[in-house]
Design a protein around this ligand. Structure first.
Ligand code: GLN
Length: 303
């Protein structure tokens, strides 16, 4: 398997030059688009190639983490009373929700507006506690107790994230955020800045692939929440590229503008990808190519 990963990675290396690093968060513009890594975690063992141990910020791959903890805290029905699950077909940072009031069924938890709303559903008596619970939960599902935030990226997004600020105030105006908007945004920005590696993402994927049970047999996520999440990832984890991704790769996955992709093949494996050159939709170009090849060779598609 290590040989397979190495060969796929080398074959896809040229695609890194077709992507562009995110620069709307100034600190992310410092990434090197030529980096590329992959990590596969299975019950039988781990496999890797390239820059799999290079840390990068989790960005939107935190969205399924918000959704999982919100579902664990409140139940899926409660969450679905607040946000919808239909793919929006819009860019991840879209703001054209042209209703006098936002309609919950238009708000998908895998795009920014829905993720900010779902972040607010995580139970806590303060936003410090909300952040602490989310970070602890992220440590648990990645199996990495050393995770921390990248302060530079956090400050950079906090300073420039006015579109997210606008989305959050839109939510507040529609009664979809209860407490302080600025404090909730702070939790959102901080969690987007958690530093991870491909291995962390692969371990998270493996937990979802095993429908919430870790390798020691401990149930970390209720089965129904893991199944729910995999379904949402399949329909909207790659933003407005989710349909195409379903046809070419065919497994639940979530991307982030840091260049990461977390994917899982139910019953088989978790996959972590890093390559910061992005396409216009904000998905890693070489990352998607690697997943296409891997899916083809190992027949991963769930369809
Ligand atoms: N922190 C980023 C933002 O809110 C996450 C977006 C992404 O990864 N697509 O814009």
């Amino acid at each position: 398997m290590n040989e397979t990963l190495k060969r796929i990675l080398e074959n896809c290396r040229r695609y890194t030059l077709n992507g562009h690093v995110a620069d709307y968060i100034p600190e992310l513009a410092k990434a090197n688009r030529e980096e590329i890594g992959i990590f596969v975690a299975t019950a039988e063992g781990d496999y890797c190639a390239g820059d799999w141990d290079k840390p990068f910020t989790i960005q939107s791959i935190v969205k399924p983490i918000f959704l999982m903890l919100a579902a664990i805290d409140n139940g899926i029905d409660f969450v679905k009373d607040h946000v919808g699950v239909e793919a929006t077909g819009k860019p991840f940072n879209a703001i054209d929700y042209a209703e006098p009031l936002l309609l919950k069924e238009h708000i998908n938890p895998m795009v920014n507006i829905g993720a900010i709303a779902v972040c607010g559903l995580v139970k806590a008596s303060s936003n410090e506690e909300r952040f602490r619970r989310l970070l602890d939960f992220t440590k648990k599902i990645t199996g990495n107790p050393l995770l921390e935030i990248d302060k530079e990226v956090y400050e950079s997004e906090k300073k420039t994230g006015n579109k997210n600020r606008a989305l959050a105030y839109l939510l507040k105006n529609s009664g979809m955020i209860y407490g302080s908007v600025e404090e909730l945004l702070d939790v959102y920005f901080a969690m987007c800045s958690v530093k991870v590696t491909c291995k962390d993402l692969a371990n998270m994927g493996l937990l979802l692939a095993n429908r919430g049970v870790d390798l020691c047999g401990e149930r970390i996520i209720p089965r129904e929440d893991a199944v729910f999440l995999n379904a949402v990832l399949t329909t909207s984890g790659m933003y407005d590229g989710s349909g195409e991704f379903a046809t070419t790769v065919g497994i639940p996955a979530k991307s982030g503008v840091g260049g990461g992709i977390m994917a899982d093949c139910p019953g088989r494996m978790g996959i972590g990808i890093y390559s910061p050159g992005l396409d216009k939709k904000g998905n890693s170009v070489a990352g998607i190519k690697m997943l296409e090849k891997l899916s083809e060779e190992l027949e991963l598609s769930i369809f």
